[in-house]
Design a protein around this ligand. Structure first.
Ligand code: B1M
Length: 211
């Protein structure tokens, strides 16, 4: 039998093998992959962030927790994508230029996939031009921008501006998120929507394209 508490503990302690084993068990028990993300990985990484803020964790602990999360995602992604239904829409997702944080973005990608969207994840430190190339190639309806640093908020703004100057702004909806991002900041840079967390990003994507 799998145990969601053991999964959370394995991620928080950076036990990648334990996290993968527990995920396999939970999936075999019939647990929904989306619930696994929202009830397992999401709170575990929030706990890792809290431990870091309280100086109980330092960078090495963060990195091993992030690695455990990545291994779990490798297992979950094909499961999340396996709904068989026609995708609701295509989302190009990435962390903006200069920013290397990807744990929250990966959760957003997983939840969007679980919510029936096709996701092209461009990774971290993504320059505006790379988003534009992906939008053109995939004919995507939505671009999702993540930022975790106050110092990379200007890169988020710049990315939206470049969408305008390159003539693709009218073809896409832009959604933004990340710890320093707020609804009012999103409005101030001309984004179409802001989501506070990964679950909200699915509701937002549905609303943005009327899916
Ligand atoms: Co960094 N880091 N970090 N870090 N790091 C923060 C963000 C920080 C707040 C820590 C602190 O000082 N308290 C601070 C930023 C301060 C600021 O800007 N005001 C900080 C700093 C300063 C730095 C460095 C500069 C440190 C240094 O080198 N001196 C450096 C920068 C590197 C760079 O990016 N250029 C750095 C590096 C790192 C690590 C590499 C060690 C590691 C990242 C590993 C990785 O991502 N692969 C790391 C981590 C892990 C953190 C903390 C501890 C945790 C972030 C996280 O993963 N949270 C963070 C402190 C904290 O948050 N308590 C911190 C869990 C995750 C699930 O939440 O990412 O917020 P979050 O995502 C949420 C929502 O925000 C939302 O949904 C997610 C799930 O619910 N969301 C979206 C996110 N993107 C979205 C997009 C959407 C919608 C919703 O639509 C598209």
């Amino acid at each position: 039998m799998g145990d969601i508490v053991r999964l959370r503990e394995a991620i928080v302690t950076g036990d990648a093998e334990g996290a993968v084993t527990e995920t396999r068990r939970l999936l075999a028990d019939g647990m929904d992959a989306v619930c696994l993300v929202s009830e397992g990985i999401s709170p575990a990484m929030a706990e890792v962030g809290r431990l870091f803020d309280e100086c109980e964790y330092f960078v090495p602990e963060l990195l091993i927790a992030a690695r455990a999360t990545k291994e779990v995602f490798q297992l979950l992604r094909p499961v999340l994508a396996q709904t068989g239904a026609k995708p609701k829409g295509h989302v190009i997702l990435g962390t903006v230029q200069g920013d290397l944080h990807d744990i929250g973005k990966n959760l957003v990608a997983a939840m969007l996939e679980g919510g029936g969207f096709e996701v092209t994840d461009l990774g971290v430190d993504v320059p505006p031009q790379k988003f534009i190339e992906a939008v053109r190639e995939k004919r995507a309806e939505i671009v999702g921008l993540s930022a975790l640093l106050t110092t990379t908020l200007p890169a988020m703004k710049n990315t939206v501006e470049v969408f305008g100057s390159e003539g693709i702004r009218d073809q896409i909806k832009v959604m933004v998120g990340g710890a320093p991002v707020t609804k009012s900041y999103a409005e101030s840079i001309g984004a179409d929507g802001y989501a506070e967390n990964a679950a909200a990003s699915v509701q937002l994507a549905v609303r943005l394209i009327g899916a």
